[in-house]
Design a protein around this ligand. Sequence first.
Ligand SMILES: [Zn+2]
Length: 123
Amino acid sequence: MKLGCKCPDCSTVNRISAFIAADRVELAKKKGAEFDLRCAVCGSNTKIHVDDVYAESDLTVLLAGIGSAILGVFLTIWFWNAGFIATASFAIPIVITAGVASHERTKIKLFNYGFYDSKRSRK
Ligand SMILES: [Zn+2]
């Protein structure tokens, strides 16, 4: 999961990587309800409200997929050498990747559905 927010001047999505929070309330505790952001593209300084920050997926799922696929290959070789024909080891990367993907989706949903200031009008 990564956090980003749109620059009001040029609409570029700036990634917020210096701080990470599970939800907007936690983010507000760390950074304040509003914080300064300097746009990476147009350079303008803007005040960003935590409710304008949103979460999206990053490379976590892809990396988990690649990592567990490699693990699956090694397990298959290991089982093969041990004298088993292991079809189960092919399922391991799929199970791991699906698990990570669903965990990421839940995290992103949690962040995007919870607002810090529910009375605040949003654009
Ligand atoms: Zn900008």
